[in-house]
Design a protein around this ligand. Structure first.
Ligand SMILES: CC(C)(COP(=O)(O)OP(=O)(O)OC[C@H]1O[C@@H](n2cnc3c(N)ncnc32)[C@H](O)[C@@H]1OP(=O)(O)O)[C@@H](O)C(=O)NCCC(=O)NCCS
Length: 107
């Protein structure tokens, strides 16, 4: 049996009633993976996603992690590129959506 431990990261709204941005990170086979990155529709394009990612990068650096991988939806590739992620390999299908492996150096 495999047990997967993940850290779910949230940014709550001002009333702490709802999440306005979230993602999760987990370790598998010696690598850290980022996934389920989403910002509430009405708040997209305001820099929230960037702030969330920077907080995750800082958290992992603090833990001595030197790189983070992500199966990015092809449509979100520019978002990750602006955060310093680099594409690794060709696009692939995951759940009917085109993805690409992206890697961020945390050094
Ligand atoms: C992708 C997502 C998390 C980005 O969050 P956000 O808060 O809107 O992003 P930011 O406001 O921090 O944007 C930072 C930069 O990335 C760009 N960007 C953000 N999302 C983008 C997208 N889907 N396609 C192209 N560029 C994008 C922004 O235009 C901005 O560029 P700028 O600095 O030149 O102005 C958000 O759009 C979202 O939740 N999308 C739906 C779910 C999704 O696609 N998740 C990713 C799955 S891998």
């Amino acid at each position: 049996m495999m047990i997967l431990l993940a850290v779910q990261v949230f940014k709550l709204n001002a009333h702490a009633t709802d999440a306005v941005a979230t993602c999760r990170i987990f370790q598998t086979e010696g690598r850290w993976l980022l996934g389920r990155v989403v910002v509430a529709k009405e708040q997209r394009g305001t820099g929230l996603g960037t702030r969330l990612m920077r907080a995750v990068h800082a958290y992992l650096r603090m833990r001595g992690v030197d790189r983070l991988q992500c199966h990015a939806q092809l449509s979100a590739k520019p978002f990750y590129e602006k955060l310093g992620y680099e594409t690794n390999g060709d696009p692939f299908d995951e759940g009917g959506i085109q993805h690409v492996l992206m890697v961020k150096s945390l050094r």
